[in-house]
Design a protein around this ligand. Structure first.
Ligand code: ZN
Length: 334
């Protein structure tokens, strides 16, 4: 063992918890039923319960946070949202309405919620303008982007105005999973592997690596947040460097160096010590943040796990709240 973690001690449950990948469904977007494909595969009773819980930003969510021991949820519109809307003007209008709705709900519960902007990136400049409005006028702490926008990925030139604004505003971008634009052939006739089982991880890790290998972070030194224990990227740094030397000769520095400098990860949806330790050792303790993926994962399960995980107290505090406070500049809520 490289490290010798201390045993979990009583009292960790009182350590502040900030969770970053926590979703809601704004009514004007829920009506569009953009998430119908994934919900079509949910059992009916599970579907209606998930939709009801996602819609609530008041009593039942606060009760769930209190029961689990979560102090702050950073809220984001559930995937895929307006990014799959073919009408760019409609997508922009809905995104603005959803952001205004979220801002109003955040104000109802001071100190308990923060917000990620929901953006229509069909027009990157208009999306950047909306991000600026959300950060400067609504007090949001960054943006959560649900994968590609109608098949376009964030390393493509059309998104340069978005990245310029992200860097100017100095806010992080959470890259959240979505269905691939076209499902890879390997997934044929294996619906068990669709969505969160495996397909989203392939799609999202590849999207993030497009940014790394495409030089996006050299032009725009932003911070990208990946959920689900880094979508497996922490396990693969050595091979990315090794093969990158052959296949990416124009890269100015090793992929692992770019990833450590520009990508931080959350524990959403993965409550297991071994990948957590790998992520800390490979990315650094400042790059790992606690999250749940509420309401699709159980808040108490995630909190109970992180409080008993094999971490030093210093590591536990950084993962549970200190890293989030630094990256999201959340000190004002403390
Ligand atoms: Zn999620």
């Amino acid at each position: 063992m490289k490290s010798s973690p201390m045993k979990a001690r009583n009292g960790r449950s009182t350590v502040r918890k900030i969770a970053l990948e926590e979703h809601f469904d704004a009514p004007m977007i829920a009506r569009e039923d953009y998430d119908a494909p994934v919900f079509a595969r949910f059992p009916a009773e599970m579907k209606s319960r998930a939709r009801a819980v996602a819609a609530d930003l008041d009593s039942s969510r606060i009760a769930a946070m209190d029961a689990a021991g979560i102090d702050v949820m950073v809220l984001s519109q559930t995937a895929p949202g307006v990014q799959i809307e073919p009408d760019a003007a409609k997508a922009l209008r809905l995104a603005r309405e959803a952001n205004d709705y979220l801002a109003e709900r955040i104000q109802r519960h001071p100190g308990r919620f923060a917000g990620f902007a929901h953006l229509a990136l069909q027009d990157a400049t208009a999306g950047a303008d909306e991000l600026e409005r959300c950060v400067t006028e609504l007090g949001f702490v960054g943006a959560l982007i649900n994968g590609h926008t109608n098949g376009a990925y964030l390393d493509e030139e059309q998104f340069a105005p978005f990245w310029e604004r992200v860097v100017a505003l100095d806010v992080p971008v959470y890259l959240h999973p979505a269905d691939p634009y076209v499902a890879p052939h390997v997934f044929r006739n294996r619906p068990e592997l669709d969505f969160a089982t495996w397909m989203w991880n392939c799609e999202t890790s590849t999207h993030a690596l497009r940014l790394v290998f495409g030089g996006t972070f050299d032009r725009f030194p932003a911070t990208l947040i990946l959920g689900h224990m880094g979508e497996t990227i922490p396990f693969y740094l050595w091979r990315l460097d090794s093969r990158g030397r052959i296949f990416a000769p124009n890269l100015k520095r090793p992929p692992s160096e770019i990833i450590r400098e520009h990508i931080v990860i959350t524990t959403s949806g993965v409550c297991a010590d071994a990948p957590l330790r790998c992520s800390i050792d490979d990315l650094g303790i400042d790059n790992v943040l606690f999250s749940v993926d509420y309401p699709y994962e159980v808040a108490k399960t995630a909190v109970d796990w992180i409080d008993q995980a094999q971490l030093t107290d210093e590591e536990h505090a950084k993962i549970c709240h200190e890293n989030a406070e630094r990256i999201l500049k959340l000190g004002i809520l403390a």
